[in-house]
Write a protein that binds this ligand. Structure first.
Ligand code: FE2
Length: 256
């Protein structure tokens, strides 16, 4: 295996009583270090995914994690090489193939663990080399930076957002323009609860990096998401379910 990567369970308490925009997360950003984000736009036919190379900026070793690596392995390796990064783990938001396609290959090549939420592994029967299950609130330490796994079901059964000091990686739970569809294991009710949970946990200045991009730039603030993403502005669960599950949506691309 590569450099040690440590998993530490922490407690997650919502503390923003008014769920206002721009508040501070109860998870002290100072404790999560400082990481640089390199988005990787990777494609397979018409499918375009954003994977991320994230490098610790505080340690000496440029320890890094790969988030949702899929498709085009040579481009991932080139990005690692160009950034002089030292991958120590693969983090996967959920088990869908467009987020996991390279998990096994990267695990073997860099000899690093792959972290995914434990129930997601079981429900989907996912397997790859060096796979390790995480629980809600597990903090993954790499270099002198960390990410916290935040359980946000709805798109799938047991899917994670990964929250760092200044950024959150949302996979298919939340996009800048909307939110994910509900696939087997996920429900619109749990997706509603997950978005409410994110409102309580994530500070307004946190930059958002989803797994897909449709029109808006990656890395916009969570505050802008709260202001502009309609799914964050539906306060009633039944209404949310009705909108998310409305008829006439166009399959995988029904993100708004
Ligand atoms: Fe997905």
């Amino acid at each position: 295996m590569g450099s040690p990567v440590c998993v530490v369970p922490i407690e997650i308490h919502p503390v923003r009583a008014n769920m206002g925009v721009g508040g501070e997360s109860h998870i002290d950003p100072e404790l999560l270090g400082n990481a640089a984000v390199f988005p990787l736009r990777l494609s397979y036919g018409a499918i375009i995914n954003y994977s991320y190379l994230v490098i610790d900026q505080l340690g000496q070793d440029r320890d890094a994690v790969l988030i949702d690596p899929a498709w085009e392995p040579e481009r991932v390796h080139q990005a690692v090489h160009n950034a002089r990064a030292h991958p120590v783990a693969v983090l996967v938001t959920h088990a869908h193939p467009d987020h996991t396609d390279l998990a096994d290959e990267m695990a073997k090549y860099y000899d690093v663990p792959v972290f995914m939420e434990a129930d997601e592994i079981d429900y989907r029967g996912f397997f790859c080399a060096n796979l390790e299950g995480l629980e809600d609130g597990d903090r993954i330490d790499f270099g002198q930076s960390s990410f916290v796994g935040i359980l946000t079901p709805g798109h799938t059964l047991g899917r994670f957002c990964f929250l760092g000091s200044r950024e959150i990686f949302t996979g298919d739970t939340v996009f800048m323009e909307g939110c994910g569809i509900c696939t087997p294991g996920g429900t619109p009710e749990s997706l509603y609860a997950s978005l409410r949970r994110l409102r309580e946990i994530v500070s307004g200045g946190t930059r958002v990096f989803p797994g897909h991009r449709y029109s808006k730039p990656l890395g916009g603030s969570f505050a802008s998401l709260l202001a502009e993403n309609m799914y964050f502005n539906i306060a009633d669960c039944d209404e949310f379910v009705a909108v998310r599950m409305r008829p006439g949506q166009t399959g995988l691309w029904a993100f708004t």
